[in-house]
Design a protein around this ligand. Structure first.
Ligand code: URA
Length: 224
């Protein structure tokens, strides 16, 4: 089955199960992921907002516009990437997702990742960051690419601030822009080398998640 067919089937299943999923009453409450099924680059945000709920498309409000503009600045079209969220619904008053909600939508996001099989996952905000790298803060690791061993796959995870946070704070916006420039470098480095190569010993970290993650040597370390 083609990736497109598998993803269409997954989205149909999600819509069919909507009544049993948190914060959804009907199929049209679901905001499905979208993009290129063959994408090498995948973005994972938090949850739909007002505009996403109305249009049933991820990242189409102001934060989405910043994301689309930032992508075009590095020469990437929105239609080339895959865009998804931790929750496929809009939480009331755009509140943070709660653990049971994250858990309920997890099987769908996990299947998407398996189908798309991206080389790089960009996490937007802390909820998607902590799916791959638990117990960390964006302020400490944004803009630093890492190898993550996720369900038997080696994926490069690139943590970024959420674009909505960038819109609220000028300092965060600058870091968001700088991280996009770094993402461009990471993309070309990942394309130019085998990403299945074992990371070098000397870069192993000492934190608990060091067993599962490895910071790439592709870009320079930031001073935290
Ligand atoms: N914020 C998100 O995290 N996701 C969207 O789709 C829109 C805004």
């Amino acid at each position: 089955m083609s990736k497109k067919k598998e993803l269409d089937r997954l989205i149909k299943e999600l819509e069919k199960k909507a009544k049993n999923l948190p914060l959804a009453k009907k199929a049209s409450d679901i905001v499905p992921p979208e993009g290129n099924p063959d994408a090498k680059l995948m973005f994972i945000g938090e949850a739909a907002g007002f505009h996403e709920h109305v249009q049933r498309r991820p990242f189409v409000g102001v934060a989405g516009k910043l994301l689309t503009k930032s992508l075009s600045k590095i020469g990437v079209k929105r239609s080339e990437v895959w865009i998804s969220n931790i929750l496929k619904v809009r939480p009331p008053q755009n509140r943070d997702p709660v653990p049971e909600e994250i858990e309920a939508y997890k099987p769908y996001l996990d299947q998407e990742i398996h189908i798309i099989d991206p080389k790089i996952i960009v996490t937007l905000g802390r909820f998607s960051l902590r799916k791959f790298i638990p117990n960390t803060y964006i302020s400490q690791i944004h803009g630093l690419a890492r190898w993550v061993d996720w369900e038997g796959k080696k994926i490069v995870v690139f943590p970024m601030y959420h674009p909505a946070a960038a819109l609220r704070n000028g300092h965060v916006k600058r870091m968001f822009e700088e991280d996009f420039a770094k993402l461009k470098k990471v993309m070309s480095n990942v394309n130019n080398q085998s990403i299945t190569a074992e990371p070098e010993e000397e870069h192993k970290e000492t934190t608990q998640e060091s067993k599962k993650t490895q910071q790439l040597t592709l870009i320079e370390n930031r001073q935290d």
